[in-house]
Design a binder for this molecule. Sequence first.
Ligand code: GTB
Length: 216
Amino acid sequence: MTITITAFERSPDRGRGLARDMRVRWALEEVGQPYDVRLLSFKAMKEPAHLALQPFGQIPTYEEDDLALFESGAIVFHIAERHAGLLPDNANARARAITWMFAAVSTMEPPIVDREVAKLLEGDETWYERRLPFVEERIRNRLNELSCRLGDADWVDGEFNAGDLLMVSVLLRLKGSGILDEYPNLSAYVARGEARPAYKRAFDAQLAVFTAASVG
Ligand code: GTB
């Protein structure tokens, strides 16, 4: 059984680990599964071979024998279900961890992505400066709520699990914005995720792709 995922041949984040292949790499490292990576140019991502795997022409994808998956949240869920280490054994705790996985990608991530898209695609528009505070207020509302729930706990629900993996991955997208620094317990939470050996291995692997592309 060989697992192959896809990632950017040349990531626009310059190896900062913000693209969504990072969360899949991290999950695979946490459960100790080796994997191959097929690197794609932006052109190749929109060609039929890749569209057959990912209908929206994006990375990451996941292939394992005759199974092909897309959507980073679904991929992490699949990995967590198949291998020990990312979901609790207790049925209720497992259901709660899965709930946190959904919370990360469907409640926390949208306003954070909205800010990135606004900066990238709307930054030159006349209304951008007026819109940005509203976008950032929506992010702060969510961070406030998450911060209150986390309190001084290490992880969102007991032991580290796939919910934390996705939540930390999503929060990392705010790095450099200064917004996360307003929430010391969330900053510490993200730092705990980054300190995990599996995270570091995944980060180094994606950074090596960028470094090789820069040299080559
Ligand atoms: N919902 C999908 C999932 O979770 O898998 C979203 C996948 C997605 O947005 N993929 C992006 C992509 O392929 C890469 S991760 N984009 C190309 C396209 O749509 O044509 C998003 C991303 C890209 C770049 C940065 N960055 O430079 O900081 C961060 C995040």
